[in-house]
Design a protein around this ligand. Sequence first.
Ligand SMILES: Nc1nc2c(ncn2[C@@H]2O[C@H](COP(=O)(O)OP(=O)(O)O)[C@@H](O)[C@H]2O)c(=O)[nH]1
Ligand SMILES: [Mg+2]
Length: 439
Amino acid sequence: MHLEAEQVLKKAKRRMRRETKILLLGSGDSGKTTIMKQMRLITHSAFTYGELEAYRQLVFANLVTGMRALVECLPDVGMPIDRIPDIWAAYQEIEKAPDIKEGQPFPEEYLPHFKLLWAHPTIQRGILICRQFAIPDNVPYFYESLDRLFAPSYQPTHQDLVHVRARTTGIVETVFQIPNDLSRITLPDPNAIPIPAQSRHTRLQTKVQPAGPNHEDSNVPSMETTSRTTTAVGGDSATLEDARKALLKWQSSEMQEVRFVDVGGQKSQRRKWIHCFQDVTAILFLVALSGYDQCIIEEKTTNQMSDAMSIWGNICTMEWFKNCHFILFLNKEDLFSEKLESSPIRRYFPDYSGGSTDVEAAKDYFKRRFLRIAQKGTHQLLQECESSTRPNKTDNTFLSKRTVYPHFTTAVDISLIQRVMESVSHIILQSALQEADIL
Ligand SMILES: Nc1nc2c(ncn2[C@@H]2O[C@H](COP(=O)(O)OP(=O)(O)O)[C@@H](O)[C@H]2O)c(=O)[nH]1
Ligand SMILES: [Mg+2]
């Protein structure tokens, strides 16, 4: 027994020392890159000066493209602004605004135009009515802080970093050293301005595949830190139960190396996903709950939620992932709760039978739909695997027990994401223990 316990312990430790790879999937705008940024903030993996400067420039670009997206939707809801001379003139001006250059403050001559537009009742009504179109979610966030952004000394805060939007076009991989006990980490102040990496002597490594030519397509590089500490565990565990306890203790003081892989979610980007399917430990699938009444950016006729359900269905039936854990983030809970009242779910999902302003019932409805899709997909895949000419018994046993771990999230809220990532970390720990046959 003594020997057996030692062997299991060794096996589990070996398993845990292997890198964990988490693949972030989901349609465009569901919040994948935001989770990646939050992980960097949570693990205090500093951004470089270049990244922070790129984000600062992107905030200005987001102001322009956000207003453009809105103004272009207004004719569709019978509210064109080209016959409202003062705001039309202001819009024409900001449309001409060139990108910000390195170190250049936001040009003050544009501030009155942005302010005039944002204060106008047509724009204010438009932002509510045009919700079903893919208007960037960060428009109110940035437009409500125009004076702060146009201050000559403006630098993005942590909170600005998670709200700024850059379309992911390549595949961005970042390795984080995550303490297993995430609750021990002190979170950065969301309103503080981050300190660039150089001043903290952090070693930087980037692995980014090509970004598109458009400014907003640029991928801001990621960082890898690679130091590792290990703690020895007592070698005289007499029983399996002792081995389990010893392992848990050892594990809670350990750092876990987790590779997060972020991919572009737009339709044109999805064929690239296959390049990162190998050796995945867990799929972290993101859905924008608030997308139930919106179209996708690429097609005005495709509902965001239905698009997410169809991708999720495909992923759940993929043989590539038969050994993966499935974590489901039902994201943008904040925006979802806000819009329920003005946009009844039943208009888009007629079989929804809960109260139209009942946030809990509405959340539960979408959770159940995604879990049902997963269950069906897993069942179908299991049947295919069992009837294959060379069925793999271990894989099929794993698959038959596959569980999906759902969470309601607001990716822009760092303390909430820290708590959610704690439970994700726990899932990975449990899986290593299970694989080593301890549990
Ligand atoms: N209010 C709010 N905005 C969010 C949330 N998650 C993401 N966003 C915003 O949605 C936009 C798209 O997010 P992003 O992470 O780039 O999506 P991706 O295309 O899946 O990588 C960004 O402007 C984010 O700040 C959320 O939970 N709440
Ligand atoms: Mg992205």
